[in-house]
Ligand binder design. Structure first.
Ligand code: GLU
Length: 271
């Protein structure tokens, strides 16, 4: 009888111990991402799957391709060595910060603008691409620039993007329709649910390039410097990412990747 009581007590203590240490050991804030990535030999990147030129799922090869993807792969190799693996997880503008904060991904490299508002939640690497917000319209559209957006026009934007917030400020009279991602946004434009679509010029150029009946209207009306977002408290990892980026610019890796995706322009390139 006494033996069973003792065993129960042991069991109870064991359980309490497990709960306490278990919670502590797995805490995201305490995990050193750089250390863990060196142990597992992989870095998990949150990337776009629907954004041509930056991160696009290629159905045939079942792999995601783009400028962001190649930059992520190159950084991974710089940090982990040749055998280091870059894993990719799909994010949208709306889901990227929650996925990072929940620990589903180690970093975001997904056409993401560095803003003061976002800096309250995450840390950013140095700038790796310079974009600016613009408009995409069907050729022949009466919308020639942001000045033509009025109460009779509907502009399509994507939830969680700076573009949605900016357009509200810069064209306060226009109707704004917010979609889940860029694939949905462009489909909505094609089906006439909006008169223009707004986001970064580089993203819109990717759409216009594939759909020649659409064009960019007016120039850019914001500055959208792209950075890699990392959870706060991960200074070792952030420094490693910045060091890798710096080396890539110096040794020509950055230029090679840039020219692969943007062969006919210098727009957005950092120096
Ligand atoms: N660069 C802008 C942003 O970070 C628009 C592109 C995007 O939605 O990812 O919000």
């Amino acid at each position: 009888m006494r033996k069973t009581k003792m065993m129960r007590l042991f069991f109870l203590f064991g359980l309490v111990f497990l709960v306490l240490t278990g919670c502590k050991g797995n805490s995201l804030a305490e995990e050193d991402i750089l250390k863990r990535s060196k142990e597992t030999n992989e870095i998990i990147w949150g990337v776009k799957y629907d954004t041509r030129l930056f991160g696009m799922m290629d159905i045939e090869s079942q792999s995601v391709k783009g400028f962001d993807i190649d930059i992520a792969k190159a950084i991974t190799k710089k940090i982990l060595g040749k055998a280091g693996k870059a894993e990719f997880v799909e994010v949208t503008s709306k889901t990227r910060i929650p996925l990072l904060k929940n620990g589903n991904i180690d970093a975001i490299i997904a056409t993401m603008t560095i803003t003061d508002e976002r800096k309250k939640q995450v840390d950013f690497s140095s700038v790796y691409f310079d974009a600016g917000q613009s408009l995409l319209v069907k050729k022949g559209s009466p919308i020639k620039s942001i000045k033509d957006l009025n109460a009779d026009t509907t502009v399509l934007a994507v939830k969680g993007s700076t573009s949605a917030a900016n357009i509200r400020k810069q064209a306060p009279d226009a109707k704004i329709l917010e979609l889940e991602n860029y694939a949905e946004g462009f489909t909505a434009l094609q089906s006439g649910q909006g008169d223009a679509m707004t986001t970064d010029n580089a993203i819109l150029l990717g759409m216009a390039d594939e759909n020649p009946e659409y064009e960019l209207a007016g120039g850019t009306f914001t500055e959208e410097p792209y950075g890699i977002a990392i959870n706060k408290g991960q200074k070792n990892f952030l420094n490693a990412v910045n060091k890798a980026l710096e080396e890539m610019v110096e040794d020509g890796t950055y230029n090679k990747i840039y020219e692969k995706w943007f062969p006919d322009t210098n727009q957005g390139k950092i120096d």
